[in-house]
Design a protein around this ligand. Structure first.
Ligand code: UDX
Length: 437
C-alpha cells in the first residue's frame, strides 16, 4: 500500500513509522521545514523510546520518507491519513479543526485517483461528514471515501501500543474503503488484534468515550484516595481490592496528582462541548474535569501543608525540590502537567522551587522560566526543606535515601505517585507523605 501521513507530530510520526515497518510505502508530510529537515537527518522532534531506531531502519529500507510537499505525496496514494493537531480552541474548549479542514482542502487539490482519506486525528463527531463534504465539493470528479480511524496509543509506550493494540476501530460504510483499511492493518489482525467496523460517527465518538472513561476512572480513584486519607484506609489496597473484579479491571486505578497530557484534558473538554451542542449533557465528565483541575492546585497545598507541619510553621523562604515535571514518565511532554500547578502554588507562597526531570527540562523551562533547574536529583535536594516526587520516572524509584537525607536541610519526602513504602522511608528517618495512604 502507498500511504501518505499528513502531520508528522506525535501520532502521525509514530503511526507512519509503524505502518512502514509493516511493509507499506509511507510518506510523512509536515508544513514545518525544520522538522522535516531534522527527520531527514535522523533527528526526532519528540522523545519516544525506540522511535529513532524504528525510523532509521525504515528510512534505510526505503519505505519511509519525509517531505513538506503535500501535493506530491498525495498524488497516487492508496490512503491519505490526516494526523494534524486538534488543540482546544482558545476561549471555548471546542476542538480547533482548522488544521484538519486546511489539510482536507490541500488533499482535495492534490488527489489524482481513487483514494481513501482517513482521519486519525481525534476529531469531534461529524467531522468526517464535513471532510467528505469539502472533498466532494472541491473534487466532484474524484472517488474519495472518508474513514474515521482513531488512535489509542499512549506517549512513552507508543510503538508497542500501535503494534499490539487492544483493538482497531474503523468507521465507514464504504466497502472499498473497508477493504483498503483491512489491507493496511492486515499484519495486526493476523496478530489477533480485533478490528471493529462501525459507522463513522460512532467511531469518532468511541475515541472520546474511551478517553473520558479513563479520565473518570483516574479521577474516581483520586477522590477515593482523599477519602482513604480521611478515614485511615490505604488506596493501593482499595485499588487492588476493586481492580481484581474483572468488571472493574486493575489498570488506570493508580491514584496520583491528577491526569495531564495532550489528550485527556483536551478530549474531555471537547466531549463536553459536543454534548452541549447536541443538548445531551454528560454530567459525570463535567465533574471529572472540575475535580481534576482542582486537584492539581490541591497538590500544591498538600506540599505547603507538609512544609508547615515539619518546621516552624512558616513556608515563605523555604526551598522544595520537585522531581519529575512531565505529565508522566518516558516523555518530554509538559502539556497540562500537574507539576505546573504545583510549582505555581509553591512560588505564590514564596517557596523557592528547584526542579529536575530526566527528559522534560527544556520544555519545562519554556513554560516556567523562573524555576531553578538542576541536572541531578540529589543536587535538586541539596539544602531543600522537602523533596516532592511529582512524576514516577524509574530514576526516582530507587533513590539512595541515606544520600538524599544527608543533602536535605530537612528530611521530608512527599510522594505524589506512591512509589515508596512508608516503612522504608520512615525507617530512613524521613517524614513521609503519600497519596491516600
Ligand atoms: C492517553 C490514552 O491512554 C491513550 O489511549 C490516548 O490515545 C491518548 O491519551 P497518554 O496521554 O499518553 O494517553 O497517557 P496515559 O498513560 O493514558 O496517562 C494520562 C494521564 O493519566 C497521566 O497524567 C498519568 O499520570 C495519569 N494516570 C494514568 C494516573 O494518574 N493514574 C493512572 O492509573 C493512569
Amino acid at each position: 500500500m502507498r500511504i501518505t501521513m499528513i502531520g508528522s507530530g506525535y501520532v502521525g510520526l509514530v503511526s507512519g513509522a509503524c505502518l512502514s515497518d509493516f511493509g507499506h510505502d509511507v510518506c510523512c508530510v509536515d508544513k514545518d521545514q525544520a522538522k522535516i529537515d531534522a527527520l531527514n537527518d535522523g533527528r526526532m522532534p519528540i522523545y519516544e523510546p525506540g522511535l529513532d531506531q524504528l525510523v532509521a531502519a525504515n528510512v534505510q529500507a526505503g519505505r519511509l520518507t519525509f517531505t513538506t510537499d503535500l501535493a506530491a505525496a498525495v498524488a497516487g496514494a492508496d490512503a491519505v491519513f490526516i494526523a494534524v493537531g486538534t488543540p482546544s480552541r482558545r476561549g471555548d474548549g471546542h476542538a480547533d479543526l482548522s488544521y484538519v479542514y486546511g489539510a482536507t482542502r490541500e488533499i482535495a487539490a492534490a488527489v489524482t485517483g481513487p483514494t481513501v482519506v482517513v482521519t486519525k486525528s481525534t476529531v469531534p463527531v461529524g467531522t468526517g461528514d464535513e471532510v467528505e463534504r469539502i472533498l466532494r465539493e472541491e473534487r466532484p470528479d474524484m472517488d474519495v471515501a472518508v474513514v474515521s480511524n482513531p488512535e489509542f496509543l499512549r506517549e512513552g509506550a507508543a510503538i508497542g501500543d500501535f503494534k499490539r493494540p487492544d483493538r482497531i476501530v474503523i468507521g465507514t460504510d464504504d466497502e472499498r474503503a473497508r477493504a483498503v483499511m483491512r489491507a493496511i492493518y492486515r499484519p495486526l489482525y493476523l496478530n489477533e488484534s480485533p478490528i471493529l467496523f462501525t459507522g463513522r460517527r460512532t467511531s469518532e465518538l468511541i475515541k472520546y468515550a474511551a478517553n473520558a472513561f479513563l479520565a473518570t476512572k483516574i479521577t474516581f480513584i483520586n477522590e477515593i484516595a482523599d477519602l482513604c486519607e480521611a478515614v485511615g484506609a490505604d488506596v493501593q489496597d482499595v485499588s487492588r481490592g476493586i481492580g481484581l473484579d474483572n468488571r472493574i479491571g486493575r489498570k488506570f486505578l493508580h491514584a496520583g496528582p491528577g491526569y495531564g497530557g495532550s489528550c485527556f484534558p483536551k478530549d474531555t473538554l471537547a466531549l463536553l462541548k459536543t454534548a452541549e451542542d447536541f443538548e445531551s449533557p454528560i454530567q459525570i465528565v463535567d465533574a471529572v474535569v472540575k475535580v481534576n483541575d482542582a486537584r492539581k492546585r490541591k497538590m500544591g497545598r498538600k506540599v505547603l501543608h507538609a512544609l508547615e507541619q515539619d518546621g516552624d510553621g512558616e513556608v515563605r523562604g523555604k526551598t522544595v525540590a520537585l522531581l519529575g515535571l512531565t505529565f508522566k514518565p518516558n516523555t518530554d511532554d509538559m502539556r497540562d502537567a500537574p507539576a505546573i500547578a504545583i510549582a505555581q502554588a509553591l512560588a505564590d507562597a514564596g517557596v523557592t522551587v528547584r526542579a529536575h526531570d530526566p527528559e522534560g527540562m527544556d520544555a519545562a523551562r519554556r513554560i516556567m522560566p523562573d524555576l531553578d533547574y538542576v541536572t541531578d536529583p540529589y543536587e535538586a535536594a541539596r539544602g531543600a526543606d522537602a523533596v516532592v516526587i511529582v512524576t514516577e520516572w524509574d530514576a526516582y524509584r530507587a533513590l539512595d535515601l541515606k544520600r538524599l537525607k544527608d543533602v536535605l536541610a530537612r528530611p521530608v519526602l512527599i510522594d505524589l505517585r506512591n512509589i515508596y513504602r512508608r516503612t522504608d522511608v520512615e525507617g530512613s528517618g524521613f517524614t513521609y507523605a503519600a497519596i491516600g495512604r
